[in-house]
Write a protein that binds this ligand. Structure first.
Ligand SMILES: Cc1cc2nc3c(=O)[nH]c(=O)nc-3n(C[C@H](O)[C@H](O)[C@H](O)COP(=O)(O)OP(=O)(O)OC[C@H]3O[C@@H](n4cnc5c(N)ncnc54)[C@H](O)[C@@H]3O)c2cc1C
Length: 333
């Protein structure tokens, strides 16, 4: 394992904010993981598991602890439709691998930045597919019992952008690898509304896994910032999910409530747009003019700037609509 000292969190996260982490340990084989936790225990320091940093924010004061990063890579075919992926593998390589083998199940999640080990944490999803649809199990190191464990999909208790890994067992399990079950075929129709529109507008007919990957990649490139070019954490706020009664009240008020398999939802981007923030620059943070849900760090130099921008947005949305927007990115603390 590699132990690095005083590494700026801004260099490890796509929002590019955050002061120094006292130690950053990169684990290169499963046996490194207990050693990394042992190192933290020896110095009585807290730990934080980091992947690509696409959904994580650093604070200005940094982190007086040990950040542990999974650097184990590789994809292994267990049978023609079941694959095991080491947690340090870049997620989009996994989608590419599956599409090249004509396997369906994750193609709509093309181009989500991040590592495979982080994918189950917030149950990543896009355009109608979630990782929970295909995930069979994870291999993990349990820092509470100092043992390696296998957790099944049921154990992980997935819901919208949630699993036990970011709720009840937050920061407890270090994901070593994930196993996915895919199958030959194509995604069922109808697709997500914006995909159907794009397909109709461009007269497209290839809905194979690779065809969907091409469509999603093009739509995303038009709408979302590439983390290598623009600093951001993607969608900064969760959509608002309502129960039946609140959904009816919201619809009566004229709010656009969508009724899907995952419940009654109001798009947080719509709420932010209605408050006039779309395209605005707040304390160096740009509310994207393509999707108001995305905050881009254009010239902010501190977490404090981001916190001010976030406060203005959430405050105004609450005053106007009575909904509290919940932040999606996790904070290193
Ligand atoms: C431009 C952009 C677009 C995005 N689009 C989407 C989208 O369409 N859908 C979507 O769901 N998300 C999206 N995201 C968010 C992000 O890509 C996902 O959350 C992704 O899974 C983050 O992976 P990461 O490796 O960067 O995780 P990190 O940000 O490094 O970590 C995220 C969380 O996972 C934990 N974690 C990381 N690795 C491990 C591990 N090995 N074991 C245990 N816990 C771990 C961390 O502690 C943290 O709590 C987007 C982000 C950006 C910047």
């Amino acid at each position: 394992m590699k132990v690095n000292e005083n590494i700026l969190i801004s260099s490890l996260t796509t929002m590019r904010l955050g002061g120094p982490a006292r130690y950053v340990i990169e684990v290169e084989q499963p046996s490194d993981v207990p050693d990394a936790y042992g190192f933290a225990r020896q110095y009585q320091l807290p730990t934080f598991i980091l992947g690509y940093g696409a959904n994580t924010l650093g604070h200005d004061e940094g982190f007086n602890g040990v950040i542990i990063i999974n650097r184990m890579r590789g994809i292994t075919e267990i049978d023609p439709s079941t694959i095991n992926i080491m947690g340090g593998e870049y997620w989009d390589n996994v989608v590419d691998y599956a599409c090249k083998r004509n396997l369906t199940g994750i193609e709509a999640m093309s181009k989500i930045p991040g590592l495979a080990g982080a994918a189950p944490v917030q149950n990543i999803g896009a355009y109608g597919q979630d990782i929970s649809d295909t995930l069979v199990s994870i291999e993990a190191y349990d820092s509470a019992t100092d043992t390696f464990v296998t957790l099944s999909r049921d154990d992980l208790q997935f819901s919208y952008r949630k699993s036990i890994l970011n709720t009840t067992a937050k920061n407890r399990y270090f994901v070593i690898s994930i196993t996915l079950s895919l199958h030959e075929g194509t995604m069922p129709r109808p697709f997500y509304t914006s995909m159907e529109k794009y397909i109709a507008d461009h007269d497209l007919t290839d809905f194979s896994p690779q065809g969907i990957r091409n469509i999603v990649s093009t739509i995303r490139a038009e709408k979302l910032p590439d983390p290598l070019e623009k600093a951001s954490s993607g969608s900064f706020f969760h959509n608002i999910y309502l129960n039946e009664q609140d959904a009816e009240i919201a619809a009566e008020k004229g709010y656009p409530v969508r009724h899907g398999n995952d419940g009654h939802k109001i798009n947080a981007a719509w709420l932010i747009e209605q408050c006039g923030f779309k395209g605005k620059l707040l304390h160096g943070i740009r509310v994207s003019d393509k999707s108001a849900l995305v905050l881009i760090n254009e010239s902010a130099t501190s977490y404090n700037d981001l916190a001010k921008a976030r406060g203005e947005i959430t405050g105004k949305v609450y005053d106007k609509f009575g909904f509290w927007l919940e932040q999606e990115p996790v904070e290193i603390q």
